[in-house]
Design a protein around this ligand. Structure first.
Ligand SMILES: C[S@@+](CC[C@H](N)C(=O)[O-])C[C@H]1O[C@@H](n2cnc3c(N)ncnc32)[C@H](O)[C@@H]1O
Length: 287
């Protein structure tokens, strides 16, 4: 597979894509120039229209055809500005992502074909939901869960994404998990439960933050890895959840941590454990 990267101005992007499609290049994607701006609750992405965008044209079958010349003429871009990268697709598909090493000898593995009986492993077959184990917040949540004992505990996993936190709790003997996301993640969560030989997870698609009173306080744990402001809005909309004894909160940036601490302190909780990786803070609160 070959991918040709072509710089175009931000204003010319849409027209360039139309022209490419018209001349038969239909397999493309593009990057627009963005910058992450720090805001109180985390980051906001801003486009930078004054900078170049990049179109990437994908050619599946390698041939002798001079695509640089054709693309250069079609988009009126100098051939010297067009960069070609070649990928060996067979090789790409064969290589699973490397394992993610966690605390206490645990690993997250993306090798779904393995038939070795191993302790301390979470197997993922990521299908696009957040929660591959690569992000700091997920890793710190998983490490927190795996260092605890969830025997006979019931868990409400809000913003469950791939279901990785639910699976971790079930591997630590949780009795039942209700996993909730605004996205349609049921298939992915169930797949991860099956790969890890755990059951007793119910998956719901709900706007947990803005809908009101969806749950009572009949859980031992609530996990929320969505963001500090979202967590506070969610709990103001579900005050009965503040009867739950244990909370795992993540997705909080270090400059907003006092906000979430004071919310839980006012609700009668104390900090049990706090971790930070880069700017991302993960906290467990108990009462
Ligand atoms: C940072 S990811 C966390 C995923 C996973 N729990 C983990 O720790 O890796 C946040 C998740 O919350 C979900 N989410 C965002 N807003 C939500 C809302 N209003 N209600 C329910 N889920 C929401 C997103 O779809 C996403 O899957």
């Amino acid at each position: 597979m070959e991918i040709y990267q072509i710089p175009v101005t931000y204003e010319a992007l849409n027209e360039s894509l139309e022209v490419l499609t018209a001349v038969g290049y239909e397999n493309w994607y593009y990057d627009i120039p963005v910058e992450n701006e720090r805001i109180e609750n985390g980051y906001k992405t801003r486009t930078l229209p004054q900078e170049n965008a990049f179109i990437h044209v994908v050619i599946q079958e390698k041939s002798d055809f001079d695509h640089v010349k054709k693309l250069s003429e079609t988009l009126n871009v100098s051939p010297t500005h067009i960069q070609m990268n070649e990928f060996n697709q067979d090789h790409m598909w064969q290589e699973p992502f490397p394992d993610v090493q966690l605390d206490g000898g645990w690993v997250i593995s993306f090798d779904t074909e393995q038939n070795v009986e191993r302790d301390k492993i979470i197997i993922l077959d990521s299908q696009g939901a957040f929660g591959t184990g690569l992000h700091e917040t997920t890793q710190d949540c998983v490490n927190t869960i795996l260092s605890d004992d969830f025997t006979k505990q019931t868990v409400l996993d809000l913003g469950c994404g791939s279901g990785i936190l639910s699976v971790a709790a079930l591997l630590k003997e949780a009795e039942y998990v209700e996993a909730v996301d605004i996205q349609p993640v049921e298939r992915e969560v169930k797949r991860h439960a099956q790969l890890n030989h755990v059951e007793n997870v119910k998956v719901l698609q709900r706007d947990a933050v803005n809908e009101k009173n969806l749950w009572d306080g009949e859980f031992d744990w609530v996990f929320i890895n969505i963001g500090a402001e979202e967590a506070v809005t969610l709990l103001n909309n579900h005050p009965q959840l503040l009867q739950v004894k244990n909370f795992l909160i993540s997705g909080v940036v270090e400059w907003n941590v006092e906000y979430i601490h004071s919310f839980f302190k006012d609700a009668g909780y104390s900090i049990d454990q706090q971790m930070q990786t880069n700017e991302w803070v993960t906290v467990t609160y108990r009462k």
